[in-house]
Design a binder for this molecule. Structure first.
Ligand SMILES: Nc1ncnc2c1ncn2[C@@H]1O[C@H](COP(=O)(O)OP(=O)(O)OP(=O)(O)O)[C@@H](O)[C@H]1O
Ligand SMILES: [Mg+2]
Length: 249
């Protein structure tokens, strides 16, 4: 079953909000789901009310096996488990660089977990380091939230250029618009242009709305706290589109 990464080189674009909400929706469909928080900021861990704590540092963590399994926590939601992050993840890049098969490590670490989980969803930090390269190898699909602004497009093109240079399969990339303010002409124009230019852009867009900002207060996925809100519906549409693409392949 697939590993989905929510990743972008750019910070603050809605990666964690997406990973948390899609993981919840995947689990709600009855599929055993594991959300892996790979970001030392540990925001996904916070949203699920779990302590940002691991039993060992990065060097041991990347050995995988029992060093991962013993850290997996249940959440308040059926079928949804969390592998929390901790501040020690700031050393992941160095630990990976010192490991054998340094770009395949995450892939190898996740492999045994696929027996237990139908979906593994990775919430990734905004980097272009070895952590990102591990994500680009391990993930079957890379979901990229794109805010329709000039700098965000530039960052998105840089991600493609990086994949070309490093020979990563760009067919994995599924992008979608995030934090969209339809009232802004700039957002509308950029979306029109990008939809023409990038065929991998999903039709779904996540609007800029306060329910999503309030996740920090509610500490719950939006479809759990406000199931009928436009934000919950937008994540549901996105999840259906992603699921549709997965089932086609
Ligand atoms: N669609 C949205 N509408 C309104 N606020 C949003 C939306 N998506 C995310 N936010 C808010 O914007 C902030 C950044 O979102 P989030 O943490 O999901 O981004 P990120 O890409 O994971 O950031 P980082 O790169 O730091 O990990 C958070 O406060 C979040 O609540
Ligand atoms: Mg994040």
């Amino acid at each position: 079953m697939p590993t989905l990464a929510v990743y972008h080189t750019k910070g603050g674009v809605g990666k964690t909000a997406t990973a948390v909400n899609l993981a919840y929706l995947a689990a709600q469909s009855g599929a055993n789901t594991l959300l892996c928080d790979l970001d030392p900021q540990s925001a996904a861990t916070f949203y699920f009310r779990v302590k940002p704590k691991l039993t060992s540092g990065s060097k041991t963590f990347i050995k995988g096996g029992k060093y991962i399994e013993r850290n997996i926590k249940g959440t308040d939601y059926d079928h949804l488990d969390l592998l929390p992050a901790a501040l020690s993840h700031r050393h992941l890049t160095v630990a990976l660089a010192q490991a054998k098969r340094s770009k395949q490590r995450l892939h190898e670490m996740l492999e045994p977990l696929k027996r237990e989980y139908a979906y593994i969803i990775l919430d990734c930090p905004p980097t272009l380091t070895l952590v990102a390269e591990n994500v680009l190898v391990a993930a079957d699909y890379v979901l990229v939230p794109v805010i329709p602004t000039t700098l965000s497009i530039r960052a998105y093109q840089q991600l493609h250029d990086f994949c070309t240079k490093k020979n990563y399969d760009q067919r994995k990339i599924l992008a979608f618009f995030s934090m969209v303010e339809k009232g802004k002409k700039l957002h509308r124009d950029i979306m029109d242009n990008m939809l023409k230019q990038y065929s991998e852009l999903l039709p779904s867009a996540i609007p800029y709305v306060s329910e999503i900002e309030k996740m920090g207060l509610m500490r719950a996925p939006v479809p759990a706290s406000t199931p009928n809100s436009p934000a919950a519906q937008a994540y549901q549409r996105l999840w259906h589109e992603v699921q549709g693409l997965i089932s086609k392949n």
